[in-house]
Design a protein around this ligand. Structure first.
Ligand code: PMP
Length: 358
């Protein structure tokens, strides 16, 4: 068995998926070549690509009037692509600022349109999202952007914001963790390297009417309309990442789909938060209703304990628990591919560590 890997992303992938990729690496389905060695316009990759989209559509119950794009440039590319495609330079886009990634998104958007921060989480020191009724929305805004899960802060929206403008969500660290109602969104984007597959791919789910804008300022590789017209094959896509994402999506369907994943993810997160809250040693500051299922940051009573915690955990087969460099502390990421046994092992280690270092 491999050690449990709590990396925030690129993150652990299911063993079954890696084993299948290994087995198919030299010869994909008797074709005599691996999938990364053939044309992205050929039959073999075409089959992989179409199946990945069909499985994503089935898992998320994506309505027919939404297009799915498989792009490059990561979520950071989408920080620019969203305003370039959905706003003109003189239009206002509303943003909710709830931490590092939503702030990065707003900062990038300012280069391409006018940005209005419709609410932020400053009053709670980023420990609770703004109340649903407190959003100061701009009449006629091009869109409302938010980050349902802040990967670094471990802060998650317990509700879906409402706006007359199309709702845009950076779901990089929460997509596929539970069912969602796609029809509430104008556009969803997610970098792959947490719950979808390896890095290199960014999935965009966009309502068809939003593709009608000419988006003349958007470079072709970030232009939704052009990419949709070419089934994301306007240029060479990251074929290996797309193929492995397809294997992950099949694995998710074999697990029973997103309702099943939601039960499992909720139980994993609750187990870890209970252990933190009951320890009298570890601390997570986030308001209980806004605690992330995917990223659980916590601190130890003395900063000097971070290093021995991370080192001893690694020795015990619990990898990559160091918190983000900007905030320090510890962070355990519990994406779909982290089995409940990984959380059990982490909790047991945490108990033992706390007893030894009180
Ligand atoms: N948004 C969120 C919520 C993220 O967690 C990350 C990466 N950790 C990003 C955006 C940036 O993704 P990328 O590095 O793929 O551009």
């Amino acid at each position: 068995m491999r050690p449990f890997n709590f990396s925030p992303g690129p993150a652990t992938l299911p063993d079954e998926v890696l084993e299948q990729a290994r087995d198919e690496l030299l010869d994909w389905h008797g074709s005599g070549a691996s999938i990364m060695e053939v044309s992205h316009r050929g039959r073999d990759f075409g089959a992989c690509a179409a199946e990945a989209e069909a499985d994503l559509r089935a898992l998320l119950a994506i309505p027919d009037h939404y297009r799915v794009l498989f792009l490059q440039g990561g979520a950071t590319g989408q920080f620019a692509a969203v305003p370039l495609n959905l706003a003109e330079a003189d239009e206002i886009a509303d943003y909710l600022d709830t931490g590092h990634w939503s702030r990065r998104a707003a900062h990038e958007a300012r280069r391409f349109c006018r940005v209005h921060i419709a609410a932020d989480a400053a009053a709670s020191n980023q420990c609770a999202v703004p109340e649903a009724g407190s959003l100061r929305l701009t009449p006629g805004a091009a869109y409302l952007h938010y980050t349902p899960n802040e990967t670094i802060g471990g802060l998650e929206f317990p509700y879906v914001p409402e706006s007359p403008a199309p709702l845009v969500a950076d779901m990089t660290s929460t997509i596929l963790s539970r069912p969602i109602e796609v029809a509430r969104y104008g556009l969803i984007y997610a970098s792959a390297q947490k719950n979808i597959g390896p890095a290199g791919l960014c999935v965009v789910i966009v309502r068809e009417d939003l593709l009608a804008r000419p988006a003349r300022r958007a470079p072709a590789v970030l232009n939704y309309g052009l990419m949709a017209a070419d089934d994301s094959l306007l240029n060479t896509p990251p074929t290996l990442s797309w193929y492995i994402a397809g294997l992950v999506l099949k694995w998710l369907r074999r697990q029973g789909g997103l309702a099943r994943m939601a039960e499992r993810n909720r139980a994993k997160a609750e187990r870890l938060y209970r252990a933190i809250d009951g320890s009298g040693f570890y601390y997570n500051p986030i308001a209980p209703a806004c605690r992330s299922w995917m990223n659980v940051p916590f601190t130890l009573p003395r900063p000097g304990l971070d290093e021995p915690f991370v080192a001893e955990a690694a020795h015990a087969g619990l990898l990559h628990l160091k918190g983000h460099r900007s905030v320090g502390g510890i962070r355990a990421s519990l994406y779909n591919a982290m089995p409940p046994e990984g959380v059990d092992a982490l909790v047991a280690f945490m108990d033992d560590f706390a007893h030894r270092h009180r």
